[in-house]
Design a protein around this ligand. Structure first.
Ligand SMILES: N[C@@H](CCC(=O)N[C@@H](CS)C(=O)NCC(=O)O)C(=O)O
Length: 230
C-alpha cells in the first residue's frame, strides 16, 4: 500500500486540466493534483502547434495560457492561483500551502519568484537559442543570479518555504527540470540547489514524478537539443 503523506479530501469528480507536458507551470499543477489524490481529465493543448489559439480553448481562457483548470464549472488560470486554490479546496491539511500569514507569504514569494523571475530568465536564455539566435551575456548572468539566490537560500533551509515541502518546491523544481534537461547550465555546481532538486524529486516519486515531471522535461530537452543543433 502506498503511504500517502499528502492525502487530499475526497473528490468524486474529475477536474479538467488544460496541459502541455513541456510547460513547467502545467506540470506543477498536474503533479499537485496527483499529490492530492485528485481525479484528473487531461486536455492536451500542444502549444508547439498553436493549439492554444483554437476557439474552443479561447472560450475557456481568452488569454490562451496553460495551465487552466475547470473544476466543475469553476475555471481558473495562472498556475500560482491554481496551486493555492487546489490546496485550500482539497488539501487534507495546509502543509503544502500554510494558512499562517507569514509562512504563506514566503510560499507566495517563492511562487512569484518562480513565475516572474525564474521562468522569464529561463525563456530569455533558452528560447533565443531555439529560434537560432544567440543569448546576451547579461541574460546568462541573470539566470545564474537566480541559481545563486536559490542555492544561498537553501544553505539554511531544507525546502524553499519553511520546514515542509510546499507547492513552491514543486513549481520551481518544474522550471529547473527543463533547464537541467536542456543541458546548457550545470546545476550540480550549485550544491545546495542540486541536493534540494534531488530531495524534491524523491519526495514526489510516489505521486507520478517520472510520468509527469521527468517525461515532460525530457521531452523539452529533446526538442531544445534538436532545434539548437539543427
Ligand atoms: N503566468 C502564467 C504563465 C503561463 C504560460 O505562459 N504558459 C505558457 C506555457 S509554459 C503558455 O501557455 N504559452 C502559450 C501562450 O501564451 O499562448 C502561469 O503561471 O500560469
Amino acid at each position: 500500500m502506498i503511504f500517502r503523506i499528502f492525502d487530499g479530501k475526497m473528490s468524486n469528480h474529475a477536474i479538467d486540466i488544460y496541459f502541455f507536458t513541456m510547460s513547467p507551470p502545467s506540470r506543477s499543477v498536474l503533479l499537485l493534483m496527483k499529490t492530492l489524490g485528485l481525479k484528473t481529465n487531461i486536455k492536451t493543448i500542444n502549444i508547439l502547434n498553436g493549439e492554444q489559439f483554437k476557439p474552443e480553448f479561447i472560450k475557456v481562457n481568452p488569454l490562451h495560457t496553460i495551465p487552466t483548470i475547470n473544476d466543475d464549472g469553476f475555471i481558473l488560470s495562472e498556475s500560482n492561483a491554481i496551486l493555492k486554490y487546489l490546496v485550500d479546496q482539497y488539501g487534507k491539511d495546509d502543509k503544502l500551502f500554510p494558512k499562517d500569514n507569514k509562512k504563506g507569504a514566503i510560499v507566495n514569494q517563492m511562487l512569484n519568484f518562480g513565475t516572474s523571475t525564474l521562468l522569464p530568465r529561463f525563456a530569455a536564455t533558452h528560447f533565443a537559442l531555439m529560434m537560432g539566435g544567440t543569448v546576451d551575456e547579461q541574460d546568462k548572468e541573470k539566470l545564474k543570479e537566480a541559481f545563486d539566490y536559490l542555492n544561498n537560500f537553501l544553505k539554511e533551509s531544507k525546502w524553499l518555504a519553511g520546514e515542509n515541502m510546499t507547492v513552491a518546491d514543486i513549481a520551481i523544481h518544474s522550471t529547473l527540470g527543463n533547464i537541467v534537461a536542456a543541458g546548457i547550465y550545470d546545476l550540480q555546481s550549485y550544491p545546495n540547489l542540486w541536493q534540494w532538486f534531488e530531495r524534491t524529486k524523491n519526495a514526489l516519486s510516489q505521486f507520478g514524478y517520472e510520468e509527469i515531471m521527468q517525461a515532460g522535461s525530457d521531452a523539452f530537452g529533446h526538442v531544445f537539443k534538436t532545434k539548437v543543433n539543427a
